[in-house]
Every structure is written in C-alpha cells, then in structure tokens.
Design a protein around this ligand. Structure first.
Ligand SMILES: [Zn+2]
Length: 104
C-alpha cells in the first residue's frame, strides 16, 4: 500500500510509515463504520465510532452518555446505530497470522 502523506510504497501490514513516521495502518483499515467484535462494552457502537474517527473510545462513550442525558432522546440514537452499523467480519486477519506462524 501507499503512505497517504509521503506517497511512498510501504508494507501492507505496516502500522507506521517507515519514511515519514505517520501512523497509517489503523486509519487505512477503518474506512467503514463497523462495530468491532473485540473490546466492545455493549454493542461496539462507541468503539466503532472511535476507530472510524480515530479518537479515544472513552471520549466517544462520554459524549454518547452526555448527549443521551442532555437531549432527552435517551439511547435511541445508540439503538439506531446498533441496528444500522454492520458488524466487523469475523476473524478478518486470521489467515495472514496463521501463515506467518507456520511459514516463518
Ligand atoms: Zn509516509
């Protein structure tokens, strides 16, 4: 894949660009708004938003809670997001890691 910032070719599984040091892996992997399977508290909605916008999941949860309490709509938006947001595909990186272990 290519670095978004310097445009040089870097490893497909690289998390940080070797040339300019910019973090590339997580931001490129999260191009869709999904509910991750790992690390979720309720339905993964907050975690999905945090990974999509690249902000701390705690901040997202606090914003969700404050918004739910302050606006009197409660958790209706959360439930809508729960229904609308697709779940992360199961074991998306498993074949790659198995190959790396068995064929070093
Ligand atoms: Zn770069």
């Amino acid at each position: 894949m290519y670095c978004n910032y310097c445009g040089k070719v870097i490893q497909d599984d690289a998390a940080v660009c070797a040339y300019c040091g910019i973090r590339v892996g997580a931001s490129l992997a999260r191009t869709k708004l999904l509910r991750p399977r790992l690390g979720r508290k309720i339905a993964g909605v907050c975690l999905g938003f945090s990974e999509y916008f690249d902000i701390d999941v705690t901040v997202v949860r606090v914003v969700w809670l404050v918004t739910a309490i302050m606006t009197c709509v409660g958790f209706v938006p959360y439930i809508i997001a729960w229904i609308v947001m697709p779940e992360e595909p199961l074991l998306i990186s498993a074949p790659v890691s198995v190959q790396q272990v068995t064929n070093p």
